[in-house]
Write a protein that binds this ligand. Structure first.
Ligand code: RNT
Ligand code: ZN
Length: 421
C-alpha cells in the first residue's frame, strides 16, 4: 500500500470513529484549512532584521544559540519562509518587525515609509501571505537605556512616538495591499531592573506616548492596532509600566486590540480561562502563542494540553473570527526552519484536536450536572484518532505527511543553509 493510500484508508476509518463520538472529521479538516496563522519573522534570523545601521546596539532580546545557517539578507529570509510554508497546509500570514524593511541605505525608525516595504507588498500578493507588523522599540541607540515611550527625555519619547506613527502608516499600506487588515502590534521593552521610586510617572508617560502614536486616524479596514503587555523581562524584573492591567485599561478605553502572549503571565496562569472574559468586553484579540519554560523563555511551540485548551476556548465561544493567531518564539540552538515548522504544525494539530471536540455532548452533560460523563468524555476525546485526520489534512494540502517534512528540512540544510557563513 502506498503512503497516500494508507492515509486515505486510515482517514476513512477515523472518520467513522469520529462520527460515533458525535464529531464530523470532514468539517474539522475544512475548518483547519481556513485558519491563517501569523508566522513571526523573528524566528528566522534571531531578530536581526535588515536595517542598515551605523553602529552596533545593545540588543533588547535574549536569543540563545548559534546554530549555523541564519538568513543574512531578505532573499535568504524569504526563501526560508517559503520553505516553511511549503511544509505546512493552509494559507498563512507573516508578522514583520519594522527592522525588516527592504531598503539599501540607512533609514532611521522615525522616517519609515510604505515604499521601504514595497517589495514585501509584492511578495505578499504573489504568495498570498497576509502581512502583520510590529513597531521595533529595541536594538537602537535611542533605546540603550531600556526606555523608549517612557524615557524621561521628551526628545527621545518623541522619536519613538514618530516611529510608532510611521509604522502604523506602513501597516495601513500593507493592509490595503492585501485587502485585509494588517495587525500592527506595539510592544515596548520599557521597564526597570530594580524597585522604582515613581511608578506613576512611567505609566503616565506611556499613556501620553501611546495616545500621540495613535492620534492619527487611519483606515480600520486596513490597519488594526494592538498593544502587548508583559509581566517582566530580563533587566525589567521589578517593574514594567506596560503591565497587563495597564494595557487592558488602555485597550478598552481606546478600542485597541490586546496582544496576549502566552509567555507573559505567571507560569501557572493559563490563557484558556481568559478568553471568554476578554471577548465579553472587547472586540478583537491578537495572540502571541509561545512556550515559556519557567519564565518567558520563548521555546519553540509544541503540542500541549494548555495549547489545546486555549484554542478550544476560541472555537467554543465562536471567537475565531475575532482573533488573530500569531506565533512568538525563537530558538537559535536548532535549525530555524525546523523550529518554525514544528511550531506552526503544532498549533495546527491543537486546532484540529479542538475542532474534533464533542462539545455538545460535554455541555449537555454539564447542564445536567453529570460531571462524571463530562470528565469521562473529555478523556475519551483525547484518544480520538486525530492523528489520522491530521495526516489526511496534510495529504490533502499537498504537504509532507508525518515526519516526512524533516527530511526536506535536512536536505535544505545541506543544499542551502550549510552554504551560509
Ligand atoms: C517580547 C514580546 C514581543 C517580542 C517580539 C520580537 O517579550 O513577546 O512580542 O517577542 O516583538
Ligand atoms: Zn510577544
Amino acid at each position: 500500500m502506498s503512503k497516500s493510500e494508507r492515509v486515505e484508508k486510515a482517514y476513512a476509518v477515523a472518520k467513522e470513529i469520529c462520527t460515533d463520538a458525535g464529531v464530523d472529521a470532514d468539517k474539522a479538516v475544512a475548518a483547519l484549512e481556513k485558519i491563517r496563522v501569523s508566522l513571526h519573522c523573528w524566528q528566522g534570523d534571531d531578530i536581526k532584521g535588515f536595517e542598515v545601521r551605523d553602529a552596533d546596539v545593545v540588543s533588547g532580546n535574549t536569543v540563545t544559540g548559534n546554530y549555523p545557517g541564519r538568513a543574512r539578507n531578505i532573499g535568504e529570509f524569504r526563501a526560508d519562509v517559503e520553505k516553511v510554508l511549503s511544509l505546512v497546509g493552509g494559507r498563512h500570514r507573516l508578522a514583520l518587525h519594522a527592522i525588516y524593511l527592504d531598503w539599501p541605505t540607512k533609514i532611521d525608525r522615525d522616517k519609515l515609509e510604505p515604499e521601504h516595504f514595497k517589495s514585501w507588498m509584492d511578495w505578499s500578493r504573489e504568495k498570498d501571505v497576509y502581512m502583520d507588523m510590529n513597531q521595533t522599540y529595541f536594538d537602537h541607540p535611542k533605546a540603550n537605556d531600556g526606555l523608549t515611550l517612557t524615557h524621561p527625555d521628551a526628545a527621545i519619547r518623541q522619536f519613538w512616538i514618530d516611529h510608532g506613527k510611521a509604522v502604523r502608516r506602513v501597516s495601513e499600506a500593507l493592509g490595503k495591499n492585501q485587502g485585509s487588515p494588517c495587525v500592527c502590534n506595539l510592544w515596548v521593552q520599557d521597564g526597570l531592573k530594580d524597585v522604582p521610586a515613581n511608578r506613576l510617572v512611567f505609566r503616565q508617560r506611556l499613556i501620553e506616548g501611546l495616545d500621540a502614536t495613535f492620534a492619527e486616524k487611519l483606515d480600520e479596514r486596513h490597519l488594526l492596532d494592538a498593544v502587548e503587555p508583559k509581566l517582566f523581562g530580563i533587566g525589567t524584573e521589578s517593574f514594567v509600566p506596560g503591565s497587563h492591567e495597564f494595557y487592558l485599561g488602555y485597550a478598552q478605553s481606546r478600542k485597541k486590540l490586546m496582544t496576549y502572549d502566552t509567555g507573559h503571565f505567571h507560569p501557572t496562569e493559563t490563557l484558556a480561562d481568559k478568553m471568554t472574559s476578554y471577548f465579553l468586553f472587547n472586540e478583537k484579540l491578537m495572540l502571541h502563542v509561545s512556550r515559556g519554560i519557567r519564565w518567558d523563555s520563548d521555546h519553540v511551540l509544541n503540542l500541549s494540553d494548555d495549547l489545546v485548551q486555549l484554542v478550544t476556548e476560541l472555537i467554543r465561544g465562536d471567537f475565531l473570527p475575532r482573533t488573530f493567531v500569531g506565533l512568538d518564539f525563537f530558538d537559535a540552538s536548532i535549525n530555524r526552519i525546523a523550529a518554525w515548522t514544528i511550531g506552526l504544525r503544532s498549533i495546527q494539530k491543537a486546532f484540529l484536536i479542538a475542532f474534533l471536540e464533542p462539545t455538545k455532548r460535554l455541555q449537555d452533560a454539564e447542564n445536567a450536572f453529570d460531571y462524571t460523563t463530562r470528565l469521562a468524555l473529555m478523556e475519551e476525546a483525547k484518544a480520538l484518532p486525530w492523528s489520522a485526520v491530521w495526516d489526511y489534512f496534510c495529504l490533502k494540502a499537498g504537504v509532507p505527511v508525518g515526519e516526512d517534512w524533516l527530511a526536506e528540512v535536512k536536505k535544505y540544510e545541506t543544499d542551502v543553509l550549510s552554504k551560509r557563513d
